[in-house]
Design a protein around this ligand. Structure first.
Ligand code: GLU
Length: 490
């Protein structure tokens, strides 16, 4: 395909007016994969023409987000490159220059009409069931020389691109042949009356200047593409190939929005997700490597990816499925790597460093935590009982601290006192003998112990949890629960 024709240069162009959104992340990922597959260049451009709404911390969020996901870029924000800063706000002179050039060539004109006049033209189009911009064309008396004078005298006007009155047809890599009729393409604004460029102008000029070979972006921008192609043609630029990626839907089949939960990458970054899992999951939003297999690594994805294989139908973004995949990735981690993560997570959770002894105890139990963890943020709370005084989960306490609980705890205390080698097997032997002697079921006999030592009824397995605590601490906690139960039975 055309990837052989031009060196592959692709871009993602977020507007820093909000946190990086999963839709943008998916588009970035597909561009990145395409660039890496073809040995091309991946660029991050910052579309900050809306100066009032662009904020620095959103730019930082973009940079941190892509770094976290491992989408390295070859040109653009922070890394620079041959095209300046890659911030649109630094290129207003260039957009002005191009606008002048288009006016000069008769492809654009100043429009001094008032809001009311334009609304009148739109109303007329509506009444005649024509496209809204049908009558907003170059006024008959438009004269570039006279217009320039009026601007110099301080009058305000927008600049519109002058539609050539022909349809635009192109071959979209995802959607196939796409056609826009001339009537449906209005004389769109390229420069606002304050001199700022619109998205159509700035994006197209940048795509030309940066020699972008392929534009892969969300399908919501499909109707912008004929406009960009007309500008490109008028400027004698080379058209990139276009690939419009399917929209993202929520699991309920509706367009992805706030209603489906948090959709910023940041929330996943901070919510205990692994970048590898997010990478893998996002690659499946509109593409698949193999219908039989959902889990594959970065290298496999790069080797197999092609924009031409992206599906047309909407893709479903399901946070629960992503959490499931994150669990799969957590279980694929090496034991050592997971133990390191656990130390980090526990230290962050406790807001202090762990002693060597504490680290050792955590490492012993980490493999059991690993089997039960879906999100990295679950680790801290799950192992907190190993290091800090516990507080009881009220529901868990009410559920198990009744009936035979006091008897089970008393018997467990006696049995555990006698354990000489404080390891899971001897602990298990002692407690099973206790069950037998007290004629208690495992549930009735063990659940109170679990709550007594961890505060919760969902800790890692009991014998290992006990062994991960110093023996005296385990015994003190059981004694404390017995006391509490005697004072205030549930
Ligand atoms: N700044 C635009 C956006 O974030 C870029 C769209 C494009 O890729 O052309 O939607």
């Amino acid at each position: 395909m055309s990837a052989d024709r031009r060196p592959v240069r692709v871009r993602i162009a977020p507007s820093p007016t909000g946190f990086l959104h999963v839709g943008n992340v998916r588009a970035a990922l597909f561009n990145w994969l395409f660039a890496r597959r073809h040995g091309g260049v991946f660029i991050i451009r910052i579309d900050d023409t809306d100066l009032a709404r662009s904020e620095d911390h959103y730019i930082a969020d973009v940079v941190e987000g892509f770094r976290w996901l491992g989408l390295d870029w070859d040109e653009g924000v922070e890394v620079g490159g041959p095209h300046g800063t890659y911030f649109q706000s630094d290129r207003f002179d260039r957009y002005q220059e191009v606008t002048d050039q288009l006016i000069e060539a008769g492809r654009a004109y100043h429009d001094f009409r008032t809001v009311e006049e334009l609304e009148g033209l739109r109303a007329r189009a509506r009444a005649e069931k024509k496209p809204p911009g049908y009558y907003i064309r170059r006024p008959a008396d438009s004269d570039p020389e006279a217009d320039r004078l009026r601007i110099r005298r301080g009058e305000k006007a927008v600049v519109r691109f002058s539609g050539p009155g022909k349809s635009v047809v192109f071959n979209d890599l995802v959607r196939g042949k796409v056609r826009f009729e001339a009537d449906a393409i209005d004389d769109f604004v390229i420069l606002r009356s304050d001199g700022s460029p619109t998205y159509h102008l700035a994006s197209t000029v940048d795509d030309i200047d940066y020699r972008i070979s392929h534009v892969a972006r969300g399908e919501d921008l499909l109707s912008s593409t004929p406009k960009h192609m007309l500008i490109t043609e008028a400027l004698g630029g080379e058209h990139p190939e276009y690939a419009h990626l399917p929209l993202l839907f929520g699991p309920d089949g509706r367009k992805l929005s706030k209603r489906h939960g948090d959709t910023s990458l940041r929330s996943y970054r901070e919510g205990g997700f692994l970048p590898e899992a997010v990478f893998n999951y996002m690659s499946l939003l509109g593409w698949s490597l193999d219908p039989e297999r959902e889990v594959f690594d970065r290298a496999e994805t790069i080797d197999a990816f092609d924009l031409a294989d992206v599906q047309k139908s909407p893709a479903v973004f399901d946070p629960q499925k992503l959490a499931w995949m994150n669990g799969v990735y957590i279980r694929m981690m090496g034991t050592g790597a997971f133990a390191d993560q656990s130390v980090q997570a526990a230290e962050a959770d406790l807001d202090r460093t762990l002693t060597e002894d504490e680290k050792g105890r955590l490492r012993d139990i980490a493999p059991l935590v690993q089997e039960r963890t879906k999100l990295i943020i679950e680790i801290g709370p799950a192992v907190r009982f190993l290091f800090d005084d516990i507080s009881y989960d009220e529901k868990a306490w009410r559920k198990v601290m009744k009936g035979d609980a006091a008897r089970a705890l008393g018997a467990a205390q006696e049995a555990l006192k006698e354990v000489e080698e404080w390891n899971p097997e001897p602990i298990e032997r002692a407690l099973r003998a206790m069950l037998e002697a007290e004629a208690l079921s495992a549930r009735k006999g063990f659940q109170p112990i679990r709550v007594a030592i961890s505060g919760s009824n969902i800790s890692p397995p009991l014998f290992e949890s006990l062994a991960a605590l110093p023996q005296n601490v385990a015994l003190q906690r059981i004694a404390a629960a017995i006391r509490l139960l005697a004072e205030a039975p549930a």
